[in-house]
Design a protein around this ligand. Structure first.
Ligand SMILES: Nc1ncnc2c1ncn2[C@@H]1O[C@H](COP(=O)(O)OP(=O)(O)OP(=O)(O)O)[C@@H](O)[C@H]1O
Ligand SMILES: [Mg+2]
Length: 392
């Protein structure tokens, strides 16, 4: 799939602006604060139904205006062309997403139709930040290739929300006796158990599949001196991986954990066990020794890990969707080259050559030199204060 055209109206610092993109490389440059990232953000809203930066729609309306509109024209070999519109009015609480004249009412049926991988400076919080960032990242990734996973996740989150509401309500109002509350919680726990195990198993499978992609893109940037490792950590699982993959075993372990945590959950008013509390740990194997990224990596190592991670996400989705109607995802690289040495920049430029359609933003026009010869078609956009000057 590729994005052929984009139209922005009163979106952030854009008044009215149209872009016609290259099917290969789109090189977007300009000085700080001129609107480069805003273009990528708009694309993410079309593909994910929300901003990859998690900005509220209300903040995306151009100052002084009441509404914004984003329109994108996508093309893939099977469906031909699709038009997606994202419309938001300040005085209507709901955003509207329209795909080829049909209103999108369920975002979980839409996600994955226009697959997208985004790398931005904010992704450093994947290696540096809290566990929920990593969970969110991989949930979005797996969801783009598995509708089943996305649906399980939605159902599971709903149950956790209801269970949390009950726990919180009880903490404030003390409405139930201990036994009454225990019975109610046991009902929620039995509802969530199946889904929780399915989600955990899918994540474990994902880690297995993904590790070869990650190792390959990492080696493509820095050689094989280091090996990146992702581990899945759950209180319900032991570290013995052979044992771990058994459905009944996980179910039993999680069930025991849910029972053991019950009193603590009542006391704290929040649910404490299940995949919504599990963690992905990023590690680096450096000459046989394991380092946790979060605590030990240098600036450049963080950036390299995140770049390798996102490039492997692209390959992973591409492989999954190879025989699907959608085809490979679009890749957005926001300010990918800052903080990296020349050698790594050249390696990354080489790696992305065969990728479907790539968008790169940068403040340094010189980066074009290491890129343009690698792509059969390049379009250059100079962004100045919310307007675009097509350079070629
Ligand atoms: N709702 C809005 N209305 C008008 N302008 C906005 C709105 N939201 C953000 N902006 C402006 O958009 C600009 C930021 O755009 P963007 O983040 O795309 O810049 P950039 O070119 O990526 O810069 P950098 O190189 O620093 O990353 C800021 O100047 C900001 O004031
Ligand atoms: Mg930017």
């Amino acid at each position: 799939m590729i994005l052929e055209e984009l139209y922005l109206a009163d979106f952030k610092n854009y008044n009215k602006c149209s872009f016609s993109f290259s099917p290969k490389l789109n090189f977007i440059y300009g000085e700080n604060g001129n609107g480069k990232t805003n273009i990528l953000e708009a694309v993410s809203m079309l593909c994910y139904t929300k901003s990859f930066l998690l900005n509220a729609e209300a903040d995306c309306v151009k100052y002084g205006e009441n509404a914004f509109e984003i329109t994108g024209k996508f093309r893939n070999s099977v469906h031909g062309s699709n038009t997606v519109k994202f419309i938001y009015h300040n005085n209507e609480t709901q955003k509207q997403i329209i795909c080829d004249n049909d209103k999108v009412t369920r975002s979980n049926e839409f996600l994955g139709r226009f697959p997208l991988v985004v790398l931005s400076p904010y992704d450093l919080k994947l290696t540096m930040g809290q566990q929920q960032e990593r969970r969110r990242n991989f949930d979005l990734l797996i969801s783009q290739v598995s509708r089943v996973y996305l649906n399980d996740l939605r159902k599971y989150s709903k149950i956790i929300k209801q269970k949390n509401a009950l726990l919180k309500e009880n903490l404030i109002q003390k409405r139930y006796s201990y036994n009454e509350l225990k019975d109610l919680l046991t009902v929620w726990n039995s509802e969530l158990l199946e889904l929780a195990v399915k989600i955990m198993l899918r994540r474990l499978d994902f880690i297995e599949e993904f590790k070869t992609y990650l190792a390959a893109s990492f080696a493509g940037i820095v050689g094989d001196k280091y090996l990146p490792v992702i581990n899945y950590e759950s209180e319900a699982l032991t570290s013995d991986t052979d044992e771990v993959k058994d459905v009944d075993h996980i179910k039993e372990k999680l069930n025991i954990l849910l029972e053991t945590k019950l009193d603590a959950e009542i006391k704290r008013g929040i649910s404490l066990a299940g995949p919504h509390r599990d963690n992905y740990i990023f590690l680096m194997n450096k000459s046989g020794e394991m380092f946790e990224m979060r605590t030990f990596a240098s600036q450049g190592e963080h950036k390299t890990f995140v770049v390798a991670l996102k490039l492997s996400e692209f390959s992973y989705i591409s492989e999954y969707l190879k025989h699907s109607n959608t085809g490979a995802p679009v890749l957005l690289l926001d300010d990918v080259f800052s903080e990296l040495d020349k050698n790594r920049i050249n390696k990354i430029s080489g790696l992305i050559t065969g990728f479907n359609q790539v968008f790169i933003t940068t403040t340094e026009k010189e980066h074009l030199n290491s890129l343009k010869d690698n792509f059969s078609d390049t379009r250059i956009f100079h962004i100045v204060n919310g307007s675009s000057q097509s350079v070629n």
